[in-house]
Design a protein around this ligand. Structure first.
Ligand SMILES: [Zn+2]
Length: 64
């Protein structure tokens, strides 16, 4: 798991808001994601390492 203290210092590289650890969706890849509280980008976690890169993030779920 990702260290709580590490989570506390992580911020979204796009909007500088804190991120929140989310469990993976059913059927998704087995990794959790870090979801930005501001812009909603979803950052992957690989081998318990948060990948805080805008290029690696999934865009926010905004459709319609
Ligand atoms: Zn953000």
């Amino acid at each position: 798991m990702i260290d709580k203290e590490l989570l506390d210092i992580l911020v979204c590289p796009s909007c500088k808001k804190p991120v929140e650890l989310k469990d993976p969706d059913p059927g998704d890849t087995a990794q959790a994601r870090l979801v930005c509280a501001g812009c909603g980008r979803r950052y992957p976690v690989k081998d318990d390492i948060p990948i805080m890169l805008i290029d690696e993030a999934d865009p926010p779920k905004e459709q319609g």
